[in-house]
Design a protein around this ligand. Structure first.
Ligand code: GLU
Length: 435
């Protein structure tokens, strides 16, 4: 049936959807998806299928705190879809994580896996908690109970968690162990991003930042910018931001600013990223108090006179309120959803080349896929092999997205969505709808 915008609008919305900027991540996802659906003339029924999460799990997670008091946390796991394979995606622990955010992040995993050609569907999990206020014991009990509650959801062939904001290899190890205790055998392919000793992959820890570096270089190449001429600002100094900064510096870029929750740090002559990583490691992962830089605000960082901006913190950082003040020529989205749809439009008008999240930060899930393959084969690769294959997949994905954006005369983001939605829709069409 030919696609008609008004048909799906009636099916999904009650009235036509204007472009908004209200910072609801799921809505932000849908707005980009809509544009891709329109370009692809997606069947209205498929539209509805692909925009709707397949399963949403909400679970109460009771934990005996160190004080002896029981506290109940809310946990989520959203499977957006598993058309291309088992669903894949991280788990985030944060005080403000909510279901809409997890739904958006799950959908972004679906499109991300499709863009880099990894045979997974998309999922995401979250627990509303403040890990910085919790002891290691409390975090372990929280993690194990969350995993036990979702024991029928997770599985190496079903749904495979990984680290995300405020979760790490240790938390994956506890999930692996909890799952394995229930299944009565060690099942290391049930999570990725775990310690190497438990079947983790070399290069997984650095993979997202490395992928950001690879696509940033590819984007520079397209506009004739030399890495050695590039001044870079990185928002966020966690696993993604710090490693992207370090690797871009190794490529000759000058990292003039980075930031974390304690604020921004600026040095016109270039920051010593390695020293800052060491400082943060010794300082509860925070740059608070770092002296060898000028202190700026997070907002100032985003609008600095730089060539490349890497938002690697969280959603909704580049919005209609600051997009017109962005000075970078390239934005490489290390975070998921850092730019709102209205900001997209404003950046496009300014001629900023935005490498979108579902491409730019896909290095993490790509090496998660390598990890899962290695676990299932029981045969492990060298770091060199992992990095070579990662670089190749990221380069190919960049080139494919770039070609799609040229073909349809759209931004890289819409090009990426068109590729991803088309791929998943084709797979759905081949599989058909089970009745
Ligand atoms: N949390 C990461 C992401 O947002 C990685 C997910 C994974 O490796 O499964 O892409």
């Amino acid at each position: 049936m030919p696609y008609k915008r008004d048909v799906y609008e009636r099916a999904v919305y009650k009235e036509p959807a204007p472009i908004r900027d209200h910072e609801n991540p799921f809505q932000s996802m849908v707005e980009r998806f809509d544009v891709a659906a329109e370009i692809l003339e997606l069947d209205p029924g498929f539209y509805e299928y692909l925009v709707t999460p397949a399963r949403i799990h909400i679970t109460a997670v009771p934990v005996v705190m160190d004080s002896g008091r029981v506290k109940v946390f809310e946990g989520y796991r959203v499977i957006h879809n598993d058309i291309l394979g088992p669903s894949k995606g991280g788990i985030r622990y944060a005080p403000d994580v909510n279901l809409d955010e997890v739904k958006a992040l799950a959908a972004w995993m679906t499109w991300k896996c499709a863009v880099v050609n990894v045979p997974f569907g998309g999922a995401k999990g979250g627990v509303v908690c403040n890990p910085s206020d919790m002891s290691p014991g409390e975090l372990e009990r929280l993690t194990r109970r969350y995993a036990a509650n979702l024991i029928d959801v997770f599985g190496p062939e079903k749904d495979i968690p990984a680290p995300d904001m405020n979760t790490n290899a240790q938390i994956m190890a506890w999930i692996l162990d909890t799952y394995s205790m229930h299944t009565r055998h060690t099942s290391n392919a049930v999570v990725t991003g775990k310690p190497i000793m438990l079947g983790g992959s070399h290069g997984r820890h650095e993979a997202t930042g490395r992928g950001v570096m690879t696509v940033t270089l590819a984007a520079m190449d397209k506009i004739g910018m030399r890495p050695t001429d590039a001044r870079v600002a990185v928002q966020g100094f966690g696993n993604v931001g710090s490693i992207a900064a370090k690797l871009l510096q190794e490529q000759g870029c000058r990292i003039v600013a980075v930031s974390d929750v304690s604020g921004g740090y600026y040095n016109e002559d270039g920051l010593d990223v390695i020293a800052m990583m060491e400082y943060a490691n010794a300082n509860k992962r925070s740059l608070d108090g770092y002296q060898k830089a000028q202190k700026i605000s997070n907002d100032e960082l985003l609008t600095l006179e730089v060539d490349v901006l890497v938002p690697a913190a969280k959603e909704d950082q580049i919005t209609r309120h600051n997009a017109d003040q962005i000075n970078a020529k390239i934005i490489a989205e290390g975070a998921n959803g850092p730019t709102t749809p209205i900001a997209d439009q404003m950046l496009k008008e300014k001629g900023v080349l935005v490498v979108p999240d579902i491409l730019a930060n896909a290095g993490g899930v790509t090496v998660s896929y390598f990890e899962w393959v290695q676990d299932r084969q029981g045969y492990f690769w060298t770091l060199d092999r992992v990095n070579r294959r990662l670089d190749r997949m990221m380069r190919t994905a960049f080139d494919t997205v770039y070609s799609a954006s040229q073909k349809y005369d759209v931004t890289l983001r819409i090009g990426a969505y068109v590729l991803a939605v088309d791929k998943v829709a084709q797979a759905l069409s081949m599989r058909g709808i089970y009745a």
